[in-house]
Design a binder for this molecule. Structure first.
Ligand SMILES: Cc1ncc(COP(=O)(O)O)c(C=O)c1O
Length: 313
């Protein structure tokens, strides 16, 4: 059989090459704990979703799913949409995205700029409605679309198992001489929590996996209010990994974003929420070393008012 030829782009080679930093902003809040995080906003698409999307896209191309001009279709809260649109444009793959209409202006403009087709759904219907719309389109037009389905695609969590989890484990162990006591993650598709959680627990079964869950919807962009009535649980989420669930609120995430910005980390609300949740478990459970991720860049939230009126003057 002839060797499979897949178009490549150097952009994809940059994915995952982001720094691991110690979050010094929490020293006054949880002095006995060291918190480390990867700065995922420095990926080419500005978020953690570059990791799974690059892998899912390349695997789909290798399998021939996108041959003959078939469009890659998926639903997204916005960040994955940017990654699909960016890598689709770089690789010459046509992309269609179903996105809830409340995704921030920066996200929607950027997706459109990359040439992807955008289908907006009613913001009040939430992410699950966007998922249903993507499923319906793929069912009704199987020749036009290949449904990537980041909520069920195992290449999503594998990307984090192979890259994010390894970076956290190696980086923290080489800095502190021991693995982290816990990993704090939010859940969009569950890819990050499942992939990193499996990697860390396989290496050190005593590592605690903490899920930060927003208590209202729409709450924190990117994070699902899992467990609320009727909310879909993503197929790839391995709930058995979760040792504790911590509720997170926008009121806590915003001041944490401002605190992080003053230490050079300009990140979005889900990052603030995860750092806040990490402080809470550090204090309540007496943890000494925690790992987390800063999922996206703060640039993406300028139009939402996240930074307005907080310039310290
Ligand atoms: C800002 C942000 N944080 C966290 C997540 C959660 O990532 P995962 O899909 O791996 O659960 C997402 C997913 O879109 C996100 O956009």
């Amino acid at each position: 059989m002839a060797a499979m030829f897949v178009r490549e782009s150097p952009l994809l080679g940059a994915v995952g090459h982001v720094p691991l930093v110690e979050i010094t902003a929490i020293r006054a809040l949880a002095p006995a704990c060291r918190l480390f995080a990867t700065v995922e906003g420095l990926n080419p698409g500005g978020s953690i979703k570059d990791r799974p999307v690059a892998r899912m896209l390349l695997k789909a191309m290798q399998a021939g799913h996108l041959d003959g001009g078939r469009r890659l279709l998926d639903s997204s809260s916005g960040n994955a949409g940017i990654s699909y649109a960016l890598f689709g444009a770089a690789l010459g793959v046509p992309v269609t995205l179903v996105v809830p209409g409340n995704a921030s202006r920066e996200r929607l403009d950027r997706i459109r700029a990359s040439g992807a087709e955008l289908i907006l759904t009613d913001p009040l219907e939430g992410y699950d409605f966007a998922i249903g719309e993507a499923r319906r389109l793929s069912r009704e037009h199987p020749d036009r679309y290949w449904y990537c389905d980041q909520y069920s695609n195992p290449e999503n969590w594998r990307a984090h198992y192979e890259t994010t989890g390894v970076a956290l484990l190696r980086g923290i162990t080489s800095t502190t001489g021991r693995p982290p006591d816990a990993f704090v993650a939010g859940i969009g598709t569950g890819g990050t929590l499942t992939g990193v959680g499996r990697r860390l627990k396989e290496a050190h079964p005593e590592t605690r996996i903490i899920a930060a869950i927003p208590d209202v919807f729409p709450g924190i962009e990117g994070l699902k209010p899992l467990g609320q009535a009727g909310d879909l649980v993503p197929a790839i989420l391995d709930e058995r990994l979760i040792d504790r669930r911590v509720p997170v609120r926008m009121e806590d995430a915003i001041p944490m974003c401002h605190l992080l910005a003053r230490t050079g980390l300009f990140v979005g609300p889900s990052s603030g929420a995860l750092v806040h949740a990490a402080c809470r478990v550090a204090l309540e459970d007496g943890l000494r070393c925690i790992a987390t991720v800063l999922p996206d860049t703060g640039e993406r939230y300028v139009s939402t008012g996240l930074w307005s009126g907080h310039d310290g003057r």
